[in-house]
Design a protein around this ligand. Sequence first.
Ligand SMILES: [Zn+2]
Length: 244
Amino acid sequence: MMTEQLDAMPTDWQRALAIVAHPDDLEYGTAAAIAGWTDERREVSYLLVTRGEAGIATMDPVKAAAVREREQRASAEVVGVTSVEFLDHPDGVIEYGPALRRDLAAAIRRHRPELVLTINHHDTWGGVAWNTPDHRAVGRAVLDAAGDAGNRWIFPELSAGGLTPWDGVRWVAVSGSPRPTHAVEVSGGVERAVRSLLEHRTYIEALTDEEPEGYCRAFVDQVTSAAAARFGGRPAVAFELFPR
Ligand SMILES: [Zn+2]
C-alpha cells in the first residue's frame, strides 16, 4: 500500500561503501542521505564500476571517461566524500558474474564497511520504465558480494593477496527500489544533493535542454518528496534494506 510508513534507517554504523555502475547514479537522490551521514562524521566511500564513458552520445568514450571521472570526484566532494575509486568495467555491457563479484568483494574487504549502498537492481523503475542492464548487474553483484567478502573460501586468491575476509557488512541498502522498506530524513542534505548532481554538468547538458540547476532541483525534490509521503512528511531518501 502506497501510504504504508517506512522504518527509520539504522544509525549504529560508522563506515559505508557505496557501489554503483556509473558516475551520477548516487547523485539522483542518494547523495542527500550521504550529505547527512558525513555531517555526522560517518565515513562514506564511493566505488564506481565504470567511468560512464558510454553516457554522452556526442562525446567520444575516451574523452567522456576523463570528464565523467572529474565530475564524479567533484560531486562526491560536495557531500563530504573524498574516497572515490573506479573499477573500469565497460560502460553499458557490465557482465554479472564471478569476475564482478570478485572485484566488489575485494573492495568490501579493503573498506570494511558495515553498510553497503547501491541503486536499484530490480528489472524496472517503479514498475514503469525498464532498468538498465548495468544497474541490474551491479546491484545484484553488490548484494552477493556482501556475503562473498566474508567467506574465506570464495575467491581464496583475495586472501592470498592479503585481503582478509570481512564479514562485517550488516546491511545492504538499495536506493531507487520499487519496494522500499526504510528511509532517512534528509532536510539538511537536499541543497548539497542538488549541487552534487549539478557537478555532472557536461553529462546533464548533453542529456536535457532544461536549465541544469532547475533540472537537478526538480529531480532531487521529486525523489525526496516521494519518500516524505511515507516518512512522516519530512524530505527523505528511501531504501530497500537487506539485513545480513
Ligand atoms: Zn546509471
